[in-house]
Every structure is written in C-alpha cells, then in structure tokens.
Design a protein around this ligand. Sequence first.
Ligand code: ZN
Length: 397
Amino acid sequence: MITSTKLENISETTQLERILGTYTGNKPGPNLIAFGGMHGNEPSGVIALRKVFQEIHSYQPNFNGKFFGIACNLGALSAKKRFIKSDLNRIWTPENICKVSDRSNSNLSHPEQYEQFEIYHAVQDIIKEASGPLYFIDLHTTSAESQPFISINDTLRNREEALKYPLPIILGVEEHLEGTILNYINHLGHISVGFEAGQHDAPSSIENQEAFIWTTLINIGCISEYDILDGHVYPERLAKTTTEGKKIFEVRYKYTISEGEEFTMKPHYVNFQSVRKNELLASNQHENIYALEKGKVFMPLYQKQGDDGFFIIKRIKWCWLQISTVLRKGSIHKILPYLPGIRKHNDLDYALEVNRKIARWYVIEIFHLLGFRRKILKKGHIIFIKRKHDFKGPELE
Ligand SMILES: [Zn+2]
C-alpha cells in the first residue's frame, strides 16, 4: 500500500545497511535484485525498498522466487552527495571489476571502490545461488523535475520486459555513459531495467519507486496482483505519472561537460520538453550552447556534480522496432562484414569497424536496428559491438 512519506534523513533514522532486505517465497521462481541509492543524493529508492520489504514481510503473500534489495553508495547517502570521490555508476569497467573481483584485495584506492567491492560480491553470491532467471532494477531520480521513465540497453529481452510498464522507454543512454552497473549486468546477460522516478527530493518520487518495485514483482511473476492488497493500483499509478505513455525514444546526442568548464543550463527545462534546432539550451564561460538538432531535451543538469550536461532524444516509431526484431532474429547482421567500408575488428569480439568515408548513409541507424552498440569513434572510423544475449539469456550453472 502506498502511503505518503516525507523524505526522511536515512542516515539519522537507522544505520544504513548494504542489504536492505531479502525475501524468499514459498515457491521457486525468478530472482529480483533491486539497487537503490547508487547516487547518494537520490535516497528515494532506498526508502521505497525498505517500505516494500516491510510490507512483504508483514503480509507474506504467495511469492515465487526471491527478492533482494541492495543499498549502493552508503558513504554518499550519509553525506547526501551524488558521490564522494568518483561516480559509483561510472566505474563498472572491465579493469575496475577485475580489481574488486579478488575477495582478498585490500588495495582499494577510494571510497567508491570499496562500495563497488561489496556490491560486486553481494551480486555474485546471489547469482551463484540462483536457480531461476535473474532480473535487475536500478532506482534513480533526476536533478530536474521530471516525469518518470525507464532506461534500458537495447536488447530484445530488455525491450520485452520494459514494454510491460506503462512508461516511456529510453534506448541508447549506455552508448554515452561508460561504466554503469546495468552495462555490467547486461554484459553478464541478465535482464535489467533502470528507473528514474522523478526529482531527487520530491515525495512523489518515493511513491513512484514503490509503485515501480511492486509492478516489477508482478511483471516478472514473483507475485500476482490479486494476492496483494490494491495490486492493480501500482501499474495504474505509474501510468498516471506520464504524459508520454508507452513511447520509445532513442538518444541522439549528449553534451559532455569538459574539465574546468562552467556549464549552466538555461532555467526551466524539464525532461521531454520539445526543442527546436539551434535553440539556446545552456552556456559556459566562453560561449552559448545550442541544440544541434530538433527533438526533446532529456536529463538537463541542474546540480553541481556530474558531467552530462543534457541529452537530445527522438521518438522511434513502432514499425521500426518491429522490423528490428525480425532482422535481429534472422541474423541479417552476418552479411555486414561483406559490405563496402565494413570489416571485422581485429581485437574485439562481436565487433565491426566502419569506415565513414566509404559507408556513409544511415550507418548508425542500421547498426542500431541490427542490435549493435556504438563504441568508439576515431579518425573517420566507428566501432560497433554486437550486444550479446540480445534474445537469448545466459545458461545458469
Ligand atoms: Zn542517479
């Protein structure tokens, strides 16, 4: 049941613990792992997870599988800052994971690396024990006022899961953000959905997080909406939070703030606000910053920490999505290395290198359609990597 809650000071009310809750159902089934507080100034996910665990433990509904809640940046949550030394949601790179994977490694250089070490081993322990499929959700909020939305890496399996929520879906954020925890989870092959519940300090963000967690438990089959009080209320609540409905958008552009840049977003922009080409969006100490193309502004930055200034997104049509599903399942991508200007990458698995001087037209669009993510852009060449586990999950041991 959703009750109105003020944002409490989570560090003062109780000692903040890494594992916010666990629940094992009376029948086998899927595993849901929920991350809250990946950014320390976004406590709503942690508060909502605690409330949902309290309710599940007190009502004990019929439950298939297991449910785990993990609090992420404990130090930054106590300090109420996005992070202490480095952004915990940008350090899940292969090199860092290699460092924290050794349980005996005591040589961790900064506070977020220690948080990452604990989260990594908590997740690995859950994966090792799991008998059913694994689903991950990552609960966030935004600095600007925003209606809630979902963000996923564009695999067909993630799409199918994301389309069960009555919310707008953003594809392709991962091409612009290296080292997020969901990039890592996707690489392991598990279904994962990021949720942005609204503005950091809005009480409604906690209610949206709660509704999202319950809806996820229903969608993946842990509980039936008829087995919990007001089960139908949660998806209905989510549907009411958005004017965009179940539309899918793709990231077209990201403005990255450079070191030393004094970036200021022009006031009053909100997520999904339409912008014209060449509209003045922001400025720095040297110049004005304009929209390079028409679309909708997304995640405008109104806080001091972070280097993503804003994104521009565009809607993807349903027919485009359906064509892409058919093409991906038909493995059309296998002909790509035989086309002019495209060759297999020498060192990377599942990767193709494209020479933009030869292959000029709709290159990014076609590679997206076929399930590739854009990786590196250098000297007229783009490297695209095919997403593994696009429509088939990993084998469980
Ligand atoms: Zn966040």
